[in-house]
Design a protein around this ligand. Structure first.
Ligand SMILES: Nc1ccn([C@@H]2O[C@H](COP(=O)(O)OP(=O)(O)OP(=O)(O)O)[C@@H](O)[C@H]2O)c(=O)n1
Ligand SMILES: C[C@](O)(CO)[C@H](O)COP(=O)(O)O
Length: 218
């Protein structure tokens, strides 16, 4: 897609998860390096025209220039609630569970979204990849064929909206927005991400995040 003039960009932040695998309550309000994960994620997109956060039900958060909505029971539901009030031509969706936002990776993503209409950051698989065969070493998979999916993911807003409406009509649930768009038959470009944009998922990830926060230069 070629855009004649600068386009409005909305960033949606699903932040309504319960953080079960971490076991410390909703992750959005956990602190690393003296800031909550939500604050880290928002700061990474301060340049955006519009930022919309889907909060856990009952949670309060106010910040000038940031809109909030109530999240849904699933990540997909939370993104849907934010998307329905978004007004940008392009929309990025970014997990607040990924506090470290690498600007160069986001720039690469935006360039792909402008050209292809849909793109996601991905990272290589660093280790040998093996099938778990009832707790025994199964078949090894050719890791160069696989990628770990990161966020942000970016889309033309109209395309993502149609994908969410179709999934809702079919009662299908996906773990990310790329799969929603693919289910409409639209390809999603893979763009080199950055391993620092890891998802804080398990307790030990908090230690890694704390260490990275100490040396983070934005
Ligand atoms: N109902 C939900 C579930 C998840 N999320 C968000 O989606 C992202 C996905 O990350 P994940 O690690 O799965 O977060 P949680 O769902 O909180 O973690 P867990 O699955 O361990 O409960 C997070 O930013 C999370 O806040 C959301 O907005 N609404
Ligand atoms: C969107 C995502 O971050 C891509 O890796 C991921 O799927 C979300 O986390 P979940 O644990 O699947 O909810």
């Amino acid at each position: 897609m070629v855009y004649d003039s600068p386009v409005k960009i909305s960033v949606l932040f699903p932040a309504a998860g319960s953080g079960e695998r971490l076991g410390r309550g909703p992750k959005a309000f956990l602190e690393v390096g003296g800031k909550t994960l939500l604050e880290w994620a928002l700061e990474g997109f301060e340049w955006a025209d519009e930022r919309i956060v889907a909060l856990p039900p009952g949670a309060g958060f106010t910040r000038p220039g940031v809109r909030t909505v109530v999240g849904g029971p699933t990540r997909q539901g939370s993104v849907f609630n934010a998307l329905r009030v978004a007004s940008g031509t392009l929309v990025l969706v970014h997990d607040v569970a990924r506090p470290f936002v690498v600007r160069a990776a986001v720039e690469r993503l935006l360039q792909a979204v402008r050209g292809r209409g849909a793109a996601t950051l991905v990272a290589p698989v660093p280790d040998t990849l093996v099938e778990n065969l009832h707790h025994e070493y199964g078949e090894t998979l050719p890791r160069e064929r696989y990628r770990l999916v990161q966020t942000p993911q970016g889309f033309e807003r109209e395309l993502l909206w149609r994908a969410h409406l179709a999934a809702q009509a079919a009662s299908t649930e996906f773990t990310d927005d790329a799969q929603l768009v693919i289910s409409l038959g639209h390809p999603v470009a893979l763009v080199e991400g950055d391993r620092r944009m890891f998802k804080v998922t398990y307790p030990e990830d908090l230690l890694l995040a704390e260490g990275l926060a100490q040396v983070w230069e934005g």
